[in-house]
Design a protein around this ligand. Structure first.
Ligand SMILES: Cc1cc2nc3c(=O)[nH]c(=O)nc-3n(C[C@H](O)[C@H](O)[C@H](O)COP(=O)(O)O)c2cc1C
Length: 210
């Protein structure tokens, strides 16, 4: 499947094309994701690094074609504002963090960090294969816990759609506008602080009156 080149991100510095092509669509094609392709993207997730090599990520997967009951449960856990567009995707996934380390049972403060890394890696592998994911915080942890019987020690983190992107023309006006709106990012100066934490104007350590 060819790379999706809708609304490619433009930045002040060049990045890998696949990173610029990754985006979070709300329009999906009515096309299932073959099992071997799904396995590839989850294998990519497992390539991520993790604290103590714990690999604290777990993924609950529902596909409309193969595991419709799980798909419907994940869909039902989504917030009302996410359900209308998310149901166009052929695959829904809940990312889950194992909250404690396996080697000593202490709390793993980096578990959600590592789940995020795994999902980011999966998203990039997906984009290279023509797929796109859209992550959502708008879902009910309690509904996921109850409907899947997620045990103690595991915390649902986010839900994401996965599928081949579709034509934004089919979206309601407001969502289509968001889908096609220019994608903007903070300039590097706002989040990269070489040499020290930025001080308020006039109070910078290198500008202090002597
Ligand atoms: C943890 C997380 C939670 C998000 N929650 C939602 C959500 O509930 N609904 C939604 O429409 N988008 C959600 N998003 C998508 C972001 O709004 C989107 O990634 C961001 O606007 C950047 O767009 P891009 O991924 O296309 O570059 C979420 C993204 C992340 C990473």
């Amino acid at each position: 499947m060819a790379a999706d080149i809708t609304n490619v991100l433009t930045l002040e510095h060049e990045i890998l094309p696949v990173l610029a092509q990754r985006r979070s669509p709300r329009a999906y094609a009515d096309q299932p994701v073959p099992a071997d392709v799904l396995h590839q993207v989850f294998a990519a997730a497992s390539s991520a690094s993790s604290c103590f090599g714990e690999q604290p990520w777990r993924f609950l997967v529902g596909t409309r074609a193969g595991s419709a009951e799980a798909y419907d449960k994940i869909l039902a856990s989504l917030a009302e504002f996410n359900q209308p567009w998310a149901k166009a995707a052929p695959v829904l996934v809940v990312s889950i963090a194992k909250t404690h380390f396996s080697h000593d049972s202490n709390p793993n403060a980096w578990a959600t960090h590592d789940v995020g890394q795994a999902v980011a890696t999966l998203a990039i592998q997906g984009a290279a294969l023509g797929l796109q994911i859209h992550q959502m915080a708008g879902f009910s942890v309690d509904k996921v816990r109850a409907s899947f019987g997620v045990p103690e020690g595991y915390a649902p983190v986010a839900v994401f759609t996965l599928g081949y992107p579709g034509d934004p023309a089919g979206l309601p006006d407001a969502l289509r506008d968001r889908e096609l709106a220019p994608r903007v990012r903070k300039p590097l100066a706002e989040f990269v602080f070489e040499g020290g934490w930025p001080q308020p104007e006039g109070e910078r350590y290198d500008q202090a009156p002597v």
